[in-house]
Design a protein around this ligand. Structure first.
Ligand code: SF4
Ligand code: SF4
Ligand code: SF4
Length: 475
């Protein structure tokens, strides 16, 4: 009886002032058991509250703007299924990945993790880089073929790790992706080898992937905390070489409480001014793999990063410039685009009411909206959009045609700047509602495509690592 009273007291103390908004499923951060989870609105923020039969009640902040969370639901675009599923529905989400037939969206962006080793030992590393495996070229080719089978015309593949640039066959893997006609081939890197290895850089310049560059700020203190060493000069050197080779770069800052929230504006300004940079993809730190101690109730979430950008850029970008991405679940990420001409930055939502086109609940049938503009915006507000690419420039040119007279697409490529804020989920925040509409997947050698947040939280990463590390390769 005392247990019942204690539970009742615990339940009461944390929900008195909450609005119960939704019931979903999540996992216990301690034992990974799948459990019910409540989504509650309290004091203008959104919290997930759940109870594990073994580890008790727990609560975590998931979005620090309740109004934006609720209103984002209108951007939930109907999904498009993949051509094939790889698993059956058996134990329920998130244990059947995937994709299983219950999944609501195809994969816009597929990741291939080519290795587990790295040339850094970051204290914050969602992949928990270290000993493990190197994929063979044949395995990577098999995954690319599977991606083509699943999507027919796949859009983006991103090679990741570990640190993919230290894989001995990474250049062949990038070429293999291009040979299969995948239009956007990305390399996700810390930039260390790019900064130091002339020969590698020469070959990379020939293959011409888009570069997704880890870039957490402009202060060495930030790198010392998140990456274990002062890396700012290395990042600058890598960027200089990428600019010389005319490769397109997206900066990828991980944002952590007490470390670099104050740098978001400086990162945007740096990106706007650097000749190689076409965008910034901010990622509040996801607490999986290795990470610093943190308070689940006081974590950085998407709205805080957007407010930081507004305050620290003196309004060059403001909150209303950011619109949730409809192809995945709208609370996964928000994006804006701007036309940049020297010092003049014009965010697209200031010249076009993006809401009118991407609101799938209220405005779906408005007759006077141009379908071409709607399709262009859907292409831009998608995980498959790659800044610097011809496709992104064409879509921007179409959406912004009222203020961009006869835009030359090749020139436009260098003037379109993207800012995305993307919050990957961890075991504290995992919501199967978001997961079931995930459009970012990790390809595995056995032909599965596992939604990225499930891969990191549910145990799939560990499963694949054990399987691959234990296999015997023919020499
Ligand atoms: S995340 Fe998608 S693929 Fe995985 S179990 Fe859930 S519905 Fe199936
Ligand atoms: S975060 Fe990236 S660079 Fe750092 S150890 Fe992990 S894989 Fe390597
Ligand atoms: S990877 Fe995670 S955050 Fe991104 S779309 Fe999938 S579920 Fe959402």
């Amino acid at each position: 009886m005392r247990d019942v009273q204690a539970q009742a007291a615990s339940a009461h103390s944390s929900t008195d002032d909450s609005i119960f908004y939704a019931l979903t499923r999540s996992i216990c951060p301690d034992c990974k058991r799948v459990i019910d989870a409540q989504v509650n609105l309290r004091a203008g923020r959104v919290y997930m509250r759940k109870r594990c039969p073994e580890h008790g009640w727990m609560e975590a902040l998931i979005y620090d703007d309740a109004e934006a969370y609720v209103s984002s639901q209108k951007y939930n675009k109907p999904g498009t299924p993949p051509l094939e599923y790889s698993t059956e529905v058996k134990d329920g989400c998130p244990l059947d990945c995937g994709l299983c037939p219950e999944h609501k969206q195809h994969t816009c962006l597929a990741l291939i993790e080519v290795n587990t080793a790295c040339n850094l030992s970051c204290p914050t590393c969602f992949a928990n880089a270290g000993k493990g495996y190197n994929l063979t070229l044949q395995e990577a080719e098999g995954m690319l073929d599977r991606f083509v089978e699943l999507e027919a015309q796949p859009e983006v593949v991103q090679f990741s790790g570990g640190e993919p640039t230290i894989h001995p066959q990474i250049l062949d893997m990038l070429r293999a992706a291009k040979d299969r006609g995948i239009p956007h081939v990305m390399l996700n890197t810390n930039g260390v080898r790019i900064a130091k290895d002339d020969r590698f850089m020469e070959e990379l310049a020939e293959v011409r992937p888009s570069i997704f560059l880890q870039f957490d700020g402009l202060e060495d203190r930030t790198y010392e905390i998140l990456r274990g060493e002062p890396l700012f000069e290395t990042k600058l050197r890598a960027l200089e070489r990428l600019a010389e080779a005319d490769l397109d770069v997206i900066l990828v800052p991980a944002i952590e409480r007490g470390v670099n929230e104050h740098e978001v504006g400086a990162i945007v300004r740096f990106g706007l001014e650097h000749p190689a940079v076409r965008g910034v993809n901010f990622q509040p730190v996801t607490h999986v793999g290795r990470h610093e101690e943190f308070d689940p109730m006081d974590r950085v979430t998407i709205p805080e990063v957007i407010r930081g950008i507004e305050a620290q850029t003196d309004g060059v970008f403001v909150k209303d410039d950011f619109v949730p991405v409809p192809c995945c679940f709208p609370t996964c990420s928000s994006v804006t685009y701007a036309y940049v001409d020297q010092d003049v930055v014009t965010p697209l939502p200031r010249v076009l009411n993006v809401d009118d086109y991407l609101d799938y609940i209220t405005n779906r049938t408005l007759p006077d909206l141009s379908m071409d503009v709607k399709r262009a915006l859907e292409g831009l507000w998608s995980a498959a959009a790659v800044p610097g690419s011809t496709a992104t420039a064409e879509r921007f040119g179409c959406a912004g045609c009222d203020f961009l007279d006869n835009a030359d697409i090749q020139k436009l490529k260098k003037h379109v700047f993207m800012i995305m804020v993307k919050a990957y989920m961890d075991a504290y925040t995992l919501d199967v509602k978001q997961l079931m509409k995930c459009c970012v997947g990790v390809l595995t050698p056995d032909g599965r495509m596992i939604p990225f947040c499930a891969y990191n939280t549910v145990g799939y990463r560990e499963q694949v690592r054990t399987q691959l590390a234990g296999r015997r390769l023919r020499s």
